[in-house]
Design a protein around this ligand. Structure first.
Ligand code: SF4
Ligand code: SF4
Length: 216
């Protein structure tokens, strides 16, 4: 595998600031849009029902508390859209270890293009960098490869995330069509691991531009 070009730290910082800002605006914008729609529906409904004598405001208050508690228990309350990996029983060491060295000329460490979220411990340890535009996923270079992949190996090998320690591509049909025959799944790789995803710019919907070009 050829050595990767060193990342320009200023360009990377600029890229991350842009992604982080887009992410924050998008998360805020999406939540605000949904809240505005819900607010209009709920207030209109409550006003109508109270006016018609179907409910009273005290009963409504109790019902609101009950629903709030149910949503909290089901984990369906609106949040900032961040993702943290929680260790589970499935996070066990791989059953099939892989001879990466002999496969690297073919696979070119394509597993380091997969996307995954870090755990709380990994975020707090600070060895693995996370993507400001998709918190708390591993940070990628513009071509979709992990920022810690130098082309000669993992720059944080001794402190690499648990996902990387446990991952085995041996039974991953996304990577190999034929593991023993060393045939990569080029179609899936090209379709899914081509380059880093960009945050959606939903936030721009929050400002309507009138024909004169002024925000309203
Ligand atoms: S785990 Fe598989 S895809 Fe990743 S470097 Fe090793 S052989 Fe290549
Ligand atoms: S942290 Fe290391 S092993 Fe894990 S994806 Fe990045 S380069 Fe690969």
């Amino acid at each position: 595998m050829t050595e990767r070009k060193r990342i320009n730290p200023v360009a990377e910082l600029n890229n991350q600031l842009e992604r982080g800002t887009l992410f924050a605006h998008t998360a805020l914008g999406e939540n605000a849009l949904r809240l505005n729609q819900l607010q209009a529906v709920v207030h209109g409904l409550a006003d109508l029902l109270i006016a018609k004598g179907v409910i009273d405001s005290t009963e409504l208050g109790h019902a609101m508390q009950r629903v709030d508690e149910e949503l909290r228990q089901r984990g369906e309350q609106l949040g900032p859209g961040t993702l943290i990996r929680v260790e589970t029983i499935e996070d066990q060491p791989p059953t099939a270890m892989v001879d990466c060295e002999s496969r690297l000329p073919i696979c070119k460490a394509v597993c380091c293009r997969l996307n995954f979220a870090l755990s709380v411990a990994e975020i707090e340890e600070g060895h693995a960098r996370w993507d400001l535009g998709q918190p708390y996923h591993i940070r990628k270079q513009p071509d979709g490869c992990c920022v810690h992949q130098t082309g000669k190996g993992c720059a944080i090998y001794d402190h690499r995330p648990g996902v990387c320690r446990r991952y085995s591509c041996a039974k991953d049909p996304r990577i190999w069509i034929d593991f023993e025959g060393r045939v990569l799944n080029h179609e899936w790789i090209a379709a899914n691991l081509g380059k880093a995803s960009r945050p959606h710019a939903t936030a721009v919907l929050m400002h309507r531009i009138d024909p004169q070009g002024e925000p309203s």
